[in-house]
Design a protein around this ligand. Sequence first.
Ligand SMILES: [Zn+2]
Length: 167
Amino acid sequence: MKLKLDLHPIFKDGAQIEAALSSIIDEAIEKRATEVEIIPGKGSGALKKTVLRFLDRPDVKARYHRIEKDSDNFGRLFVHFRHERMASAPSASPSRARQIVPVACVCCQASLRIPYDELPAEIVVECASCGSPNRVVVTLGRSGLPQARADWGYDAVDAGSQSIPEL
Ligand SMILES: [Zn+2]
């Protein structure tokens, strides 16, 4: 992904230029862009110097990989990014720990612990107290917490034998 920052509209305001540069660097890091193209505008040598001075600040320099200057006369600058540190950082999703949600047995009301990997989930468990199969559906509730609902699980257990007609 590449981002572009055109400095034409704000070329007179030094503080605004720094703010714009700072925010595009934030955005590049956040979105993991590989390159930001900065367009100071043709013939605006002073502006380009302002940009280079900003990019040369140690705190700013630490945030990107390298600068590349355009060879043509448009004065564009390309700021390249590397995101190795972020790439190797542990990410939240791939190996999430298995979650447990409690639910009352549909038969004897004993507390069942339902393990699930991701939502929504449907798990058939046998109650340890009464032996009844429970079909438990776990969904994400409005509060952002998982909600489990238990129902009879006989049809899941007897899958294939359609002997009991539902009322
Ligand atoms: Zn039970």
